[in-house]
Design a binder for this molecule. Structure first.
Ligand SMILES: CC(C)(COP(=O)(O)OP(=O)(O)OC[C@H]1O[C@@H](n2cnc3c(N)ncnc32)[C@H](O)[C@@H]1OP(=O)(O)O)[C@@H](O)C(=O)NCCC(=O)NCCS
Length: 166
């Protein structure tokens, strides 16, 4: 089974929408929002695609979207998920590492994100990958759950400076 990471295309919209439905339990993007992300100049989406060996249709196993803003070197991880049936096999980490490399290639120095305070798996992954807790976000999600804003320096020298600051 071949799994590849590639930039999302307009034709991925339906598959992305289906993935969004099964991967998240709330705060899901609508089709319209996903369309907007795919067609927005300051967003970059990577998909994890699985191609069955029998030549059957490819399946999307995950995706992640970065947002960039003019005038700041801070990119934002706006969405990130893996299909429930494909979790726990390293795809999430691989996708996130590739998104970090894409952010760096676009001259971002910091990658920020928000995560639900009760999302143990994602929080653990982010912390092990070098993201630090920055700010508590009260009542941040649509069900009232709080969140954490986290960030990671993408350049080695900056990481060392953050470590010195404690
Ligand atoms: C968070 C998510 C993307 C991780 O994807 P994944 O493919 O399962 O991730 P990986 O297999 O690379 O595992 C990442 C780490 O989490 C750990 N992990 C994975 N599933 C776990 C589980 N159910 N319980 C405990 N730890 C788990 C792995 O051991 C791994 O640890 P490591 O960093 O030491 O290697 C996935 O769980 C997901 O899509 N969740 C729903 C959407 C979501 O919460 N997105 C994040 C929004 S901020």
């Amino acid at each position: 089974m071949t799994v590849t990471l590639r930039h999302a295309l307009g034709r991925d919209l339906d598959a992305l929408y289906r993935l969004e439905q099964v991967a998240f339990t709330g705060d899901r993007f609508s089709r319209r929002q996903l369309w907007h992300l795919l067609n927005r100049a300051h967003a970059l989406t990577l998909v994890v695609e699985q191609r069955p060996p029998d030549g059957g249709p490819p399946r999307l196993l995950g995706y992640g979207t970065l947002l960039f803003r003019r005038g700041t070197r801070r990119a934002r991880l706006y969405s990130f998920c893996v299909h429930p049936g494909a979790r726990g096999s390293g795809l999430g980490r691989r996708l996130l590492e590739t998104l970090e490399a894409e952010a760096l290639a676009r001259d971002a120095e910091v990658l920020g994100l928000e995560v639900r305070a009760d999302n143990r798996v994602a929080l653990g992954l982010y912390q092990r990958m070098g993201f630090r807790l920055e700010r508590w976000l009260d009542d941040y999600y649509e069900d009232g759950c709080a969140g954490w804003q986290m960030a990671k320096p993408l350049r080695a020298e900056q990481g060392a400076a953050w470590a010195r600051e404690g």
